[in-house]
Design a binder for this molecule. Structure first.
Ligand code: TMP
Length: 214
């Protein structure tokens, strides 16, 4: 039997501090001697990074379903080529955004039915689901203040859109209490790491005890 690792995803609206937490978490896990694979979405492989460029390009416009399918195409690449092999090798996989971004942005943000998004995911993910999702929650107002100069296609969306995304994330977290840990994005990067690191280490220890397929 393979040595199955731990799959951790980071979620939150832009400006929440999730990527900063991710960078620090990855470093802290490596400092502890754990095998870590870091990836992000959309992205993670050359083809998926090319899709990312088109998806985030501020001058392009996308039909909501086309946008969703492109996100899923990039996700499939990342799952097959990066996440699954790393989990098989027993790694902690830290992914900056994953399926909950699609539920939050395309589902709650754009209004597409979650039921259909879930059906697509059953095909795309091949059973690979996050074991732990760290949601960095921050009021949209604070996030907008932090994001003064960046303007990708999603950052250009209205405040109301981002509010729907934030509330969507919180609903997803309430629905999957065992998987989600909600962190307060108003805390300092040090405080966020101090909260997140022991949780990840504990889940990793438990997974290694079980050694089963994700
Ligand atoms: P970020 O990784 O720099 O936050 O940017 C990725 C953007 O893509 C972000 O605005 C959220 C958006 N996104 C979706 O709308 N759906 C998805 O499934 C993913 C992974 C990202």
């Amino acid at each position: 039997m393979g040595r199955w690792g731990l799959f951790v995803t980071l979620e939150g609206i832009e400006g929440s501090g999730k990527s900063t937490l991710g960078t620090r978490l990855i470093q802290a896990l490596r400092d502890q001697g754990l095998p870590v694979t870091a990836t992000r979405e959309p992205g993670g492989t050359p083809a998926a990074e090319a899709i990312r460029e088109a998806l985030l390009h501020p001058d392009l416009s996308w039909d909501p379903w086309a946008e969703t399918l492109a996100m899923l195409a990039a996700r499939r690449e990342n799952v097959v080529r990066v996440i699954l092999p790393a989990l098989r090798d027993g790694h902690v996989v830290v992914c900056d955004r994953f399926m909950d971004s699609t539920y939050a942005y395309q589902g709650f943000g754009r209004g597409l039915p979650l039921r259909v998004l879930a059906r697509y995911h059953r095909f795309v993910l091949m059973g690979v689901r996050p074991h732990l999702t760290l949601l960095v929650d921050l009021p949209v107002e604070d996030a907008f203040r932090r994001l003064q100069r960046s303007h990708d296609r999603f950052e250009q969306e209205t405040r109301a859109f981002h509010e729907r995304v934030r509330q969507g994330y919180l609903r997803l977290a309430r629905r999957a209490k065992k998987r989600f840990v909600v962190l307060d994005g108003r805390k300092s990067p040090d405080e966020l790491l101090q909260e997140a690191l022991p949780i990840v280490l504990e889940r990793y220890r438990l997974r290694r005890g079980k050694r089963k397929r994700p």
